[in-house]
Each structure stands twice: as structure tokens, then as C-alpha cells.
Design a protein around this ligand. Sequence first.
Ligand SMILES: [Zn+2]
Length: 192
Amino acid sequence: MHTDPVPRKASEKEEYQRSDSMAEIALPPAEPIRALALTLKEALVAEDKKAVRAACAKMLEVLAQFYGVEPPDIKILNARPLKTSEKWIVETFGDYSPDTARIRLWMRTAVQKKATSYGVMLNTLVHEFFHHLDMVSLNLPETYHTRGFYERVGLLYHHIQDTPVKKIVWRSQSDGTYHVDWGKTMSRSSGK
Ligand SMILES: [Zn+2]
């Protein structure tokens, strides 16, 4: 996990810094989002694509209502498509199209066709939803991957999972970006 390069243009740099320093975000009530997440978990274990889609759509609806935005569209694919013509912000297990406000998640990895785990899918769903929120509500049109972006994702992800938030330990790079120091992040969260 690493942050995007810092843009040079002043207006983009201003947006980047705003996103970077926004480490907090309001969190929705524990229910029904946690119960819905369990529905997603069961659907994923059963490899029931329709049920996975239904659970994701319902979660996005609840999140969108809480944050006061239109829910993004959701599509579940078996595996990552190789080519697309639209502009997408691509993650390893999903993507978000700013043009159509559509999130896509895949149930299998592109190469080995291994099933996507529940934790990874939930994290990707939250990640893509926050790209949506950046663009439609937080006035962050470039929706950069900044330290703040990853921290906001982490807060909502752990809130839904009802697990302690791991305070991310960042290691600065010579080019001004940051990488997660996983060793320190994990040991700090377990109280060592
Ligand atoms: Zn992303």
C-alpha cells in the first residue's frame, strides 16, 4: 500500500494535501451495516454471485444514505476484465468508474482464479465507495490515494468488522510519497 505521487499543479496539490490531512470520517451506526456484512460473508462462502451483489448493493445503499449521497452502482464479476474502454480507477480486486459512478468487484483473482476472501472484498468495497464519496461529496475530484484516504478506509472497514483500528505507520519515501510499514503497523496494533 503506497500513496500516489504528489501532483505538481498547485490546485491538485491543494486537493492532495486536503485529502492527506483528512484522517477522520463520521461512521454510520453499527447496525444494519454489520449484519449486512455478515450476509456478504455468507454469500461469498457459498459463491453465490447474486447474493454477493445484493449484499453489496444493500451495504452501499446504507452507506450512501448515511453520508447523504447517491449510492454508486455495483457490479460483481467472476474475474477482472482484461480490457475496458472507460476510465476506471483500478485496484487489485475492484474498480470505480467516475463517469458512471459504478463499482465493480471480482470474485476471483485474474491469474490464479482463486476466490477473493471476505476481508479483501469488504476492504475493496469500502475503498471503492470512498473514491465515490471523495468525488461526489468531499470535493476531492481527483480522489488521490493519500495517507488520509487509506486511513478513512481503515476506519470504516474496522468499524464494519468490529475490530480494533490499526493505526497505520507510514514510511516516507525520497519522492514525497509514503509506504505502509506493515511490520510496525501490525506490532503497534497488537500492543507490542
Ligand atoms: Zn483506489
